[in-house]
Design a protein around this ligand. Structure first.
Ligand code: GDP
Ligand code: ZN
Length: 396
């Protein structure tokens, strides 16, 4: 695979007959910013590596992993210019829309305030991209008209982000669940079901591995008899810099803050069933209720109605909320035990002061982590969750 020969901004795709083809869309204009690397190579995979890393020499890969935080910042700066230029070009070429929902072979695409039912140009497959699906929910696509309320997806525009998981059938490939999401909103409830911080931690790890900003909403605070206990439970997440909303779909508490945070963003919504996700969305915007039951009518009676993974729901003031079964099942898949500490900076910062470099923070003398647990500097729940997830990673 000669990757350096790839045209800029144009993921190579192959027709099923094996003949090489390039997605039709090609940017005409050059980006105003100096090009430093190919955005596609650096879209982070679910396992934290990027495609560039996968084709790099071993030493280079480990060097990059070490400076990952640094290179991610640089990467975002480059991406912006590249993507802006590509989108500008696409706007010239054809209508650009957003994929709202995907069934087995059809796509619902929002374009100019309308929703078109689209097919994908030709027999394209995403083989070389490392993903099993070429177009996913959230993708920006350029489309041509194919009659009333119908269109054809001609190209998929570069992604800002990709929430991906291992493909259930082709384990070496990844499936994009949501493209271009900005943030992950985890909804939990204080009671009924009770707040489960291990799950919150797993979502947080999943969000960071997929480079999504993280937000936590604790719903049903109307059921809390001890407000201080609620504040204490969410304190670690606030101290890590993540927005936390204490809310009640019942009383309306916290909803305006939450609504403001969703505006203009593409937000992936996750959480256990029964925590009040539908109730919250309905309270924020009445027609936003999560889609349930009969969905066949908006597919115009076409295709198979087994929609996959996710649906974009449009917010009145701009932005989308994505209804998805969530990422908790694969949030830590493929993570090495030694990597886990990276997601616990609250513990890692203290662990540096342990007497022994290989301290496991369980029984050793001079353990700074155990001391910090006693003084409350490290939240017991966070430490407990770390141990639980670590044990699971070590058992694989
Ligand atoms: P979902 O499965 O996450 O979408 O949860 P639902 O929105 O279906 O809510 C599950 C149950 O919790 C329903 O019986 C709701 O009436 C209830 N519920 C939702 N939000 C609240 C809340 O803020 N306070 C209380 N007390 N109950 C709520
Ligand atoms: Zn220690």
């Amino acid at each position: 695979m000669s990757h350096s020969a790839s045209p800029k901004l144009t993921p190579r795709v192959y027709r099923d007959d094996g003949a090489r083809d390039i997605q039709r869309f090609k940017p005409k204009r050059k980006s105003k910013r100096p090009r430093q690397n190919d955005w596609w190579d650096d879209v982070e995979a679910w396992d934290g590596t990027s495609r560039r890393e996968q084709i790099m020499a071993k030493g280079e890969r480990s060097r990059r992993l070490k400076t990952q935080a640094e290179s991610q910042t640089a990467l975002e700066a480059v991406d912006e210019g590249e993507i802006a230029a590509a989108w500008e070009d696409a706007q010239d070429a054809a209508a650009v829309g957003t994929v709202l929902e995907v069934s087995s072979s059809l796509y619902r695409v929002a374009v100019d305030g309308r929703v078109l039912l689209c097919s994908l140009r030709g027999a394209l497959s995403a083989r070389e991209t490392g993903y099993t699906n070429l177009a996913a929910v959230g993708d920006r696509v350029s489309i041509s008209s194919a009659g009333d309320h119908q269109g054809v997806i001609e190209a998929v525009l570069p992604r800002r982000s990709a929430l991906a998981r291992p493909d259930p059938f082709f384990r070496h490939l990844k499936q994009v669940i949501v493209a271009n999401a900005d943030q992950l909103l985890v909804v939990a409830s204080w009671l009924d079901p009770p707040l489960w911080t291990e799950l919150v931690d797993r979502y947080l790890i999943g969000a960071e591995r997929n480079r999504l900003a993280f937000m936590l909403c604790v719903n049903k605070v109307d059921l809390a008899t001890d407000r201080a206990a609620v504040q204490e439970a969410v304190r670690p997440y606030r101290e890590l810099g993540h927005p936390v909303f204490l809310a009640s779909a019942l009383t309306g508490e916290g909803l305006s803050d939450l609504r403001a945070r969703l505006q203009g963003q593409t937000t992936v919504l996750s959480g256990l069933s029964g925590v009040g996700k539908s109730s919250l969305l309905t309270a924020i915007q009445p027609d936003l209720a999560l889609r349930t039951g009969d969905v066949s009518q908006h597919w115009g009676g076409q295709g198979q109605h087994t929609t996959s993974q996710a649906t974009l729901l449009a917010l009145d003031g701009g932005g989308y909320v994505v209804d998805t079964p969530g990422i908790r099942d694969f949030a830590v898949v493929g993570l090495q035990p030694a990597e886990l500490m990276r997601f616990y900076p609250d513990i890692a910062g203290v662990a540096e002061r342990c007497r022994f470099a290989d301290c496991t923070h369980t029984h050793e003398p001079g353990c700074a982590v155990k001391r910090a647990l006693q003084t409350g500097q490290i939240a017991i729940a966070r430490y407990h969750n770390y141990r639980l997830i670590l044990a699971e990673l070590e058992s694989h």
